[in-house]
Unconditional design. Structure first.
Ligand SMILES: [Zn+2]
Ligand SMILES: [Zn+2]
Length: 134
């Protein structure tokens, strides 16, 4: 838990037991929806509401500590901000994996083709994960 406390402190986020639980879960799961967070931690916080989870999530987004991940057809997921990466989305089980690939050449060909000035790139690959393919 100490690691999570340090992380929150570094981002000037007020430490509460709920926030610690959210951050720990997010770190373990990688990408998680608000509803899943709520389902997983509500036993430990009987007075917790879905609205409170949203409030905590929004506060952590504003502090640039976590970010929202929008994936077509799935609930929005949230993840801790880490090195820039793309995502592999399994269409069978909905699992999301990080993949650290260089998107520079992709960005270059897009700019060359369209004259569009690319400021940011996020790539999502849809398909079947190793577990589902087995
Ligand atoms: Zn899968
Ligand atoms: Zn990710």
């Amino acid at each position: 838990m100490q690691r999570y406390m340090t992380l929150l402190k570094e981002h000037n986020i007020k430490i509460t037991p709920q926030r610690l639980a959210i951050v720990k879960l997010m770190d373990e799961q990688g990408h998680i929806s608000v509803r899943d967070i709520f389902e997983r931690i509500k036993e430990n916080f009987p007075s917790l509401s879905l609205a409170t989870v949203y409030k905590n999530i929004n506060a952590m987004i504003e502090s640039d500590f976590i970010k929202e991940l929008k994936i077509v057809g799935l609930d929005n997921k949230y993840e801790l901000i880490k090195e820039k990466h793309s995502h592999l989305v399994c269409q069978e089980c909905g699992d999301i994996e990080d993949i650290f690939i260089d998107t520079t050449s992709l960005t270059k060909s897009v700019s060359k083709e369209s004259g569009f000035k690319v400021a940011d790139t996020t790539v999502q690959f849809f398909g079947t994960c190793k577990k589902c393919a087995a």
